[in-house]
Design a protein around this ligand. Structure first.
Ligand code: ARG
Length: 562
């Protein structure tokens, strides 16, 4: 059982019978320094009720409060600090990890509910950006956490495959494109053509008009133009798939923007029926003044639909198709207003479920402290980042473990894991400084550090040659107790990470777990034929399995050797 609940139960029965156990539980803290105790109960709230100073109350409680599972109880200022009996409590915790296996840390509160995640969603004919990487890895980790909490998930890759930019691209291709070159290197070539269009359009404004016409032809289903569009899409998909395979991310749906072309009329109809559609400078808009938002553009003057129109249709479709209980949009914070508008319009249409739509924004990647920009050449391509990370990991492995079997696969797991972890350890909304060197060191707060810790644990287990199942009979030393306390935080960490939509909570937890494990491992002779060896191995096994499980929730592999 969770230590906080154990303490809360005891508190309720011995001291605070009139308080709900949940309230007690919420107040319980973990002391900053381990030597102060395992858990602390602050007496500030009681001070108001009992009309005494918190320090006096803490001292009073500490005098009588006790339980067989406690080693000692002590008042430290306004806190009642409790230390648990490591042998007794530890046995319960480690045994339940060993028994539950991958089920440990699961929660039932999402059972029977469905979460839809709009994630990754790159744009065809454009490079897969670091922003799309963020959406992909954050979305994937959130989906894993949701599943761990019992939810069904639907991961949707809302590919950006529609919009006026395709008209421009088609014009550019017809004017300057070379089929062979595009086949060789589709995304880079198409992106170059797209950029050329914009450069040329500065001199020759007529190009813009040509682009608009080409897009109109595409919308009207012109055969040649549609053929080109399909080809671009196909080539882009191939390139994206390589990235997804490397990242180990799958999707349940690839219904992108174009999929909703024939589904937007319904939205327009609904808006019309509710008299929400108004004309503004020739365009059709929904006013969102009450929401203090700019009007949501539904149709342009020429009747063309927009990004928001497609998102409205997509939301309707998803609610119908998946009856979601929650819909998460994992998209950069620069689109905050857009998602507020979409939600605002759906609320105006009186769809109750619109309230369960949630934008999950995130910060930018910075290079040398500055925003990346294609124009200024400060752009980083994910494909190159991944390739470089894998190459660096490979070099590292060759130095440290030249005879490693399956080194290629390990280098891939380490390189990719490094990139993913570097992203997820940061609070979602913070900007991230891009640095391959930092991502890949084996020391410090990195993915490879966690993977290495896990591999180390696996290697002792192999060396010990004792096969699982392991049994844990209790250990008395303080280093092992620090590891056990971290282990028991796993379930509540999973819950907090999910509820806060914050994979970083899990990432930071894993670093703490690894730290406590490494200091245990560094100071203890694990393999030593004495009566406690079996328990030590069981503890190593439990730590390794939670490290691996935690990494896997973040979408990171944990090789057994590296
Ligand atoms: N393709 C868009 C972009 O790259 C992201 C799409 C986000 N999802 C959505 N439902 N609008 O900016």
């Amino acid at each position: 059982m969770d230590l906080k609940s154990v303490l809360a139960t005891e508190m309720k029965s011995q001291v605070l019978s009139s308080w709900p156990e949940e309230d007690i539980c919420k107040l319980i803290e973990i002391p900053k320094h381990a030597h102060l105790g395992d858990l602390a109960f602050p007496c500030f709230r009681l001070a108001k009720e009992w009309r005494k100073s918190p320090g006096v109350i803490a001292a009073e409680i500490a005098q009588t409060f006790h339980s067989p599972t406690f080693k000692n109880v002590e008042a430290v200022g306004p806190y009642v600090n409790v230390r648990f009996d490591p042998a007794l409590t530890g046995k319960e915790i480690v045994s339940s990890i060993l028994k539950q296996g991958v089920q440990y840390g699961s929660h039932p509160f999402g059972n029977g509910k469905t979460i839809v995640l709009d994630m990754s969603s790159p744009n065809i004919a454009k490079p897969f950006s670091m922003g799309h990487l963020r959406s992909t890895v954050i979305g994937n980790a959130l989906a894993n956490l949701a599943e761990k909490c019992g939810y069904e998930t639907v991961k949707i890759n809302y590919i950006g495959d529609w919009g006026t930019q395709f008209g421009k691209l088609i014009v550019a291709f017809k004017k300057w494109g070379d089929e062979e070159k595009v086949k060789e290197n589709p995304i880079a070539e198409l992106f170059t053509l797209y950029k050329k269009f914009h450069e040329e359009a500065v001199q020759d404004p007529a190009l813009e008009e040509e682009g608009r016409k080409a897009f109109k032809l595409l919308e009207d289903g012109d055969e040649e133009i549609t053929g080109l569009w399909k080809w671009f899409k196909c080539e882009s998909f191939e390139a994206f798939k390589t990235i997804y395979t490397l990242l180990g991310v799958n999707f349940d749906s690839y219904n992108g923007e174009a999929f909703f072309n024939d589904k937007m009329e319904e939205v327009v109809q609904l808006l019309q029926e509710k008299a929400l559609l108004e004309t503004s400078q020739g365009a059709r808009v929904v006013w969102l003044e009450d929401e203090t938002l700019p009007p949501c553009l539904i149709k342009k003057t020429d009747g063309a639909t927009l990004y928001a129109t497609r998102d409205l249709a997509a939301a309707l479709y998803r609610q119908r198709e998946y009856s979601f209980d929650e819909a998460l949009y994992v998209v950069g914070q620069e689109q905050t207003v857009h998602f507020k508008q979409v939600k605002g319009v759906l609320e105006k249409l009186e769809f109750d479920w619109a309230r369960s739509m949630k934008h999950i924004p995130f910060g930018l990647y910075l290079k040398d402290g500055k925003k990346m920009s294609t124009r200024k050449g400060r752009v980083i391509l994910l494909e190159e980042v991944l390739a470089e990370a894998v190459a660096m990991a490979d070099e590292n492995i060759k130095k440290k473990n030249p005879h490693l079997k399956g080194a290629e696969a390990v280098a891939r797991d380490v390189g990719v894991g490094a990139v993913i972890f570097h992203d997820l350890k940061n609070d979602r909304l913070n900007d991230i400084e891009f640095s391959l060197e930092h991502m890949l060191t084996f020391e410090g707060e990195t993915g490879p550090y966690l993977q290495y810790t896990h591999a180390r644990a696996q290697s002792i287990l192999r060396k010990a040659g004792v096969a699982s199942p392991y049994t844990f009979n209790g250990l008395k030393d303080s280093a092992s107790w620090e590891v056990i306390k971290q282990l028991r935080l796993f379930p509540e960490t999973v819950e907090r990470a999910w509820k806060g939509c914050a994979p970083s909570i899990l990432a930071k937890y894993l670093l703490e777990l690894a730290k406590s494990f490494n200091s245990y491992y560094g100071n203890t002779k694990i393999i030593n034929p004495d009566p406690e060896q079996e328990s030590r191995l069981a503890l190593v096994f439990a730590a390794a399995s939670l490290l691996s499980q935690g990494l896997s929730l973040l979408g990171i592999k944990s090789p057994d050797e590296m």
